[in-house]
Ligand binder design. Structure first.
Ligand SMILES: [Zn+2]
Length: 104
């Protein structure tokens, strides 16, 4: 199930929306101020769906624009950056995935 994130143009807050079906792709409203002025953010982890829920806490301003998803070293660098931004607080899943990617 894809999780989409929308940034509110009015209050700048992020609204996360779980999309159940492809036809359920309607524009949501901001869950903080109920504004309809929201823009969908790039799905950060579409390249590795198996990461799943453990990575939903990734900072919303992160992008994969400089990420080479076919390169384990590039992904490792990216995940290292996320870890740093989170103050070193990561889940066991995150650490395991990172190790697996690095070794793959
Ligand atoms: Zn808002």
């Amino acid at each position: 199930m894809p999780l989409y994130e929308y940034r509110c143009g009015d209050c700048q807050e992020i609204t996360s929306v779980l999309v159940r079906t492809a036809s359920d792709d309607k524009q949501p409203s901001c869950e903080h101020c109920e504004s309809a002025n929201v823009q969908r953010l790039i799905s950060k982890f579409s390249f590795r769906a198996s990461w799943g829920n453990s990575l939903n806490w990734v900072p919303s301003h992160e992008t994969t624009s400089d990420l080479d998803e076919n390169s384990g070293a590039s992904i490792d660098k990216y995940m290292g950056r996320i870890k740093k931004e989170m103050g070193g607080q990561t889940t066991p899943d995150f650490n395991r995935e990172r190790r697996d990617i690095k070794n793959s």
